[in-house]
Design a protein around this ligand. Structure first.
Ligand code: G6P
Length: 610
């Protein structure tokens, strides 16, 4: 949520800043801006709209040779997305300039005080208070001024700051919003996400909370929370640059859909040993602790929550431990009953989602065991989890998640198999069947994508004029229906809802009329017959039904108008294949409707505000 970049080196800053902002645009894209330190003035260029608008603005203005600058792409929280509210923000006399990711919760108080002290505000943002506070706190030392200022802030922030008196320097700091940096022969690069600087270096410094960094003379000096200079080693990231580019695909979303076989392979195979046993070096519970677990709670937001819904069925079935899912923004304010015998599974692609992070902290405070399923290495959630299990999906750029979701589900399969095995609930033969089927998933995913690509493209045409669509299913199919419905609505802007198929008749069926499109997910063989009954109910009211199921059920699907057949696998794993045509359906519908697929309106990939 909001993207930050910075560059200080020997070359012109503007091209690097724009290049970094383009890579971060998925984090927020309602306005963008840069600031460069030019001799005795900090020059700002900013505008509402996409990075493209900013590029045109910069091209129309005087060329800048400055070699130090900061930039920002915004997802509005305080104030409309317009030119004035766009970052960077500058202090009253132009001494300090700042870009900010996060929310300052006490900004109204600080603003009132600054106004009383004679400061004039031009924007509606919380960020502008930081610029003026820096100026008010200025003591001639860039780093100590920043530290004094951030000590007054409550909330979340990642900040990159310029000071007119230090034209060769940038100071940055963070709390609860990410910030990374790296060095190359060309200079120092800063960003809120590694994807923006991977092109220049794979050795990344992760700034810790309340740590401050001074970038000057091609080097970085780190200061800990107490202000003491510290040594810090970079972490090598093995995501390559091409993984963060489109690689010939029209959209990141399609590329990421097609990367799912690899994402699952990379996530699953290192966790299965040569004897066909699931191994979890990164899951730190002892056998005794596992035996004593009396409750599992899965906490997440968005699609990660839907992955958790799949996990709920699979974990409960395999481990016989009661499993509950909780939307993180609800969980955190609920005073949940947790103790040392509870396992809280926290799921997050970005590892930065504010509500999910708060849910993790609450679980830690209450003494529960925690395990975090995270894609982004060294993210906040990864840093605070009791155990951390990484998905190896690689960088995901499209706002609508696909490969990270599937990788999260595959970790939940691994965890369910592992816990069941440790509890002695998985006899040798069943374990082999389970693990073999898990190993075979990447191949089946590739086959499903290959088989249903053209069909989904064609079927998507009937969704173009729709205003509403319904997705139904039971058990795991219902978990898939939730994700399928979200994929449809978030990128194509068609209103869609997911219902437990048996619940439809308790109200929603009154919305079904002639021509209504109902997508039925029906890959779970044990409830297939029940779902077919619900299909008959909507058909009787005039609905057109598109149904996804496995080949063993194909002949029993005579009632449906459009059939999509996925390969056979273990019943627990069918949902992983079933979601693929749904991702493609959302993608092609959005494409046919001319939507901005990778950056849907009003959304952001990494939601660092609650
Ligand atoms: C945003 C994204 C979703 C994502 C959710 C949770 O809403 O648009 O795709 O599922 O955040 O994100 P996380 O990074 O915690 O998985």
């Amino acid at each position: 949520m909001c993207g930050i970049v910075g560059y200080a080196g020997k070359n012109r800053a503007v091209p690097y800043l724009l290049e970094g902002l383009e890579k971060l645009e998925y984090r927020g894209y309602d306005s963008a801006g840069i600031a460069v330190n030019e001799e005795d003035v900090i020059r700002i260029m900013k505008t509402k709209g996409r990075i493209g608008n900013l590029e045109s603005l910069i091209a129309s203005q005087r060329h800048s040779d400055a070699t130090v600058g900061i930039g920002h792409t915004r997802w509005a929280t305080h104030g409309k997305p317009n030119d004035v509210n766009a970052h960077p923000h500058i202090s009253q006399s132009g001494l300090f300039c700042v870009v900010h990711n996060g929310i300052i919760e006490n900004y109204l108080q600080l603003k009132a005080q600054l106004i009383a002290d004679g400061y004039r505000f031009v924007s509606e943002t919380d960020t502008e208070v930081i610029a003026h506070l820096l100026e008010q706190n200025y003591d001639g030392n860039f780093v100590s001024t920043v530290r004094k200022t951030t000590a007054m802030l409550e909330g979340a922030f990642a900040l990159c700051i310029l000071c007119r008196d230090f034209p060769d320097s940038i100071v940055c700091t963070r709390w609860a919003s990410p910030l990374v940096m790296g060095k190359s022969d060309d200079g120092v690069f800063l960003a809120s996400d590694v994807t923006a600087i991977l092109k220049h270096t794979s050795d990344i410094y992760y700034l810790d909370g309340h740590e401050t960094a001074l970038i000057a003379d091609g080097g970085i000096t780190f200061f800990d929370k107490a202000g003491n200079a510290t040594q810090k080693a970079p972490k090598h990231i093995d995501w390559n640059v091409s993984a963060a580019q489109k690689g010939g695909y029209e959209h990141f979303m399609l590329k990421e859909i097609m990367e799912q076989p690899k994402a699952i392979q990379d996530t699953v195979s290192p966790r299965i040993d040569s004897d066909g046993r699931i191994v979890f070096e990164d899951f730190h519970l002892t056998d005794e602790e596992i035996e004593n677990l009396n409750r599992i709670v899965i906490v997440a937001c968005g699609s990660a929550f839907h992955a958790g819904e799949v996990g709920r069925y699979v974990l409960e079935k395999m481990t016989r431990i009661p499993v509950e899912t909780a939307i993180a923004s609800e969980f955190r304010y609920r005073d949940p009953v947790l103790d040392a015998h509870s396992l809280v599974i926290v799921i997050s692609q970005s590892g930065e989602t504010a509500d999910t992070l708060a849910g993790l902290r609450l679980a830690n405070e209450k003494g529960a065991k925690t395990v975090c399923i995270v894609n982004v290495v060294s993210s906040s959630i990864a840093n605070e989890g009791g155990s951390v299990v990484y998905t190896h999906a690689g960088p995901e750029i499209a706002v609508a998640t696909t490969k990270a979701y599937s990788a999260q589900v595959s970790v939940l399969y691994l965890l369910a198999g592992y816990i069941a095995d440790r509890k002695g609930l998985l006899p040798e033969e069943e374990r082999r069947t389970y693990v073999d089927a898990l190993r075979k998933l990447p191949e089946l995913i590739a086959q499903t994508l290959e088989d249903c690509g053209e069909q989904m493209q064609k079927l998507s045409e009937m969704f173009i004029p729709l205003e509403h669509a319904y997705f139904i299913g039971r058990n795991l199919d219902y978990a898939c229906a939730m994700e399928a419905s979200l994929k449809m609505k978030e990128i194509s802007y068609i209103h869609s809802e997911a219902y437990a198929a048996g619940e439809l008749k308790h109200g929603t069926i009154s919305l079904i009329e002639k021509g209504t499109l109902v997508v039925a997910l029906a890959a779970c063989s044990d409830v297939f017959g029940k779902t077919m009954s619900n299909i008959k109910e909507v058909k009787a009211r005039g609905a057109r039904v598109l149904c996804v199921s496995t080949s063993e059920n194909a002949s029993a699907m005579s009632e449906v108008d459009f059939k999509v057949i996925i390969p056979d696998t273990l019943p627990l794993f069918a949902v992983t294949l079933e979601v693929l045509p749904m991702q493609l359906l959302g993608y092609y519908t959005a494409k046919n409707r001319g939507c901005d697929i990778d950056k849907p309106r009003n959304l952001a990939k990494s939601v660092t505000v609650e």
